[in-house]
Design a protein around this ligand. Structure first.
Ligand code: HEC
Length: 187
């Protein structure tokens, strides 16, 4: 009986290895192959600078902050949506001061974490675009209000799901649970 118990159950989602093996770099297929970018560096920059709040996979639900996984790419369909991403305080005033390095981080975010929400043919962020966002960074405005206006447009003009109005769609909580399970198992 002990021998049977020692074998991991076939359906064990954690049997494949520790969380450090996580990588979505292979999924950044929307990024033009000709675009020069170090996506490994971009991913570790994201995990270090943003993942603590947003989750390493861009899903922090049920924490009360916007889910990036599978939805942040919708903002790329409108110029003001792209600008919104570069003007966010945590982006514009990040300790990553190099514009190209931040552009790559954002490209990892939209092409990697955003997945199918990023429209086909989306132009990657450039250093110049990040620099421009920094000169018009949001400071005292109500981000909730700004976001609501942009999200309304993205829903109307680009066909984004109405759930983009929420911080995260209801099923995001379900996909967040395995990480919690992983932490329990490790601890
Ligand atoms: C201290 C926690 C924290 C850190 C670190 C952080 N964010 Fe955020 N982020 C938030 C919160 C809270 C919001 C929601 C409103 C706001 O911006 O204040 C947000 C909003 C966003 C949004 C808007 C998404 C939407 O649906 O409207 C994006 C994109 C984003 N953050 C990306 C990043 C990136 C990229 C980094 C790293 C460079 C980062 N964030 C670092 C907390 C954080």
């Amino acid at each position: 009986m002990l021998l049977v118990a020692a074998a991991p159950p076939a359906e064990d989602p954690y049997a494949s290895g520790p969380v450090t093996s996580f990588s979505v770099v292979g999924d950044v297929s929307g990024l033009p192959a000709s675009f020069p970018a170090d996506m490994n560096l971009a991913q570790s920059d994201y995990v270090e600078q943003c993942g603590g709040c947003h989750g390493i996979k861009g899903n922090a639900a049920p924490a009360d902050l916007p889910n990036l996984q599978g939805r942040v790419g919708w903002f790329m369909c409108l110029p003001e949506g792209r600008a919104y991403l570069t003007r966010l305080p945590n982006v514009a005033r990040s300790r990553i001061s190099d514009h190209k390095q931040m552009a790559d981080l954002l490209n990892f975010m939209v092409f990697g974490l955003g997945g199918k929400s990023t429209p086909a043919g989306t132009r990657p962020f450039t250093a110049a675009e990040v620099a421009a966002g920094r000169t018009t960074a949001y400071t005292s405005v109500s981000l909730i209000k700004v976001r609501a206006q942009i999200v309304d447009k993205v829903i109307q003009k680009c066909g984004a799901p109405a759930s983009l109005r929420l911080m995260y769609p209801p099923d995001a909580v379900r996909t967040a649970l395995p990480l919690a399970g992983r932490a329990r198992k490790a601890g």
